[in-house]
Write a protein that binds this ligand. Sequence first.
Ligand code: CP
Ligand code: NVA
Length: 328
Amino acid sequence: MFHLKDHCFLKLLDLSTEEIQGLLSLAAELKAQKKNGVSHRLFEGKNIVLIFEKTSTRTRCAFEVAAHDLGMGVTYLDPSGSQIGKKESIADTARVLGRMFDGIEYRGYGQEIVETLAKYAGVPVWNGLTNEFHPTQILADFLTIQEHFGSLKGKKLVYLGDARYNMGNSLMVGCAKMGMRFTACAPEKYQPSPQLQKQCLAIAQETGAELQFLTDPREAARDADVLYTDVWVSMGEPDSIWAERIQDLSPYRITRSLMELAGSQCRFMHCLPAFHDLNTTIGKQIHEKFGLDCMEVTDDVFECSRSIVFDEAENRMHTIKAVMAATL
Ligand code: CP
Ligand code: NVA
């Protein structure tokens, strides 16, 4: 079995192209086993802990189901239910949890927190989303692209929206590593940092990837295999920025006309949760205040047959299982 024994999984920048491909292949293998009813309780007797300083549906459930499938016990620490950060430092928390658990998942704020956990824990630490990176999401996205298109190399993925946050950053790194064509399409101030762009351009030179940074959605969308977006305001950001984000990012909404411009091969992707209708509390509030029926994607695109968002969501579980199986 492909392995990265005792490694942490903190950001895709730390992995080689072959290691990312190895994780994707392992995920595909574990997915096939699960579909065929082949049990893989490879880690009976092991225990993991999930630290969530921000909320989650997919990531938490993916870690829990994957851990159960692998035969492991799981402890969940919710955003308010532990001493972390308030009464106990990250380094101390890491040393305590590392004595009890075989692996630690962390979702929260700065990337430096998950890096500190990894430094002190003495067991594998997995990044379940920080402000800067969301690497397990990218594995799920890439497994999904492989399933729909057969391969990753040369595929054109266009990310529209806030491209300087966890999703834009991680997709750019992932596409660079896997030799894909990546376009960040956003106003200048929402583009990935010059430092990360530079790092990714250097990776692209090695892998044959192409990276583009554009402000015009119609120019960006042409020939795209994937149009990808995410929420305009991320977890942990203040509600007061909605007005500015709506103003800045509305031109970057994924619409039917943008999908048509891309071509019939194009698929719609989104890490979820998505604001595509008025069936959420925030969606309703934004509608009342700003009159919008949807935000980053129109409902007709979200619901159309070229939307593969629920395949992505399912693949969170298979890919997270692969990350744990490889590193434990
Ligand atoms: N995509 C994703 O990470 O979803 P959750 O916030 O529900 O975990
Ligand atoms: N950018 C989003 C991603 C959610 C999966 C956030 O950080 O809230």
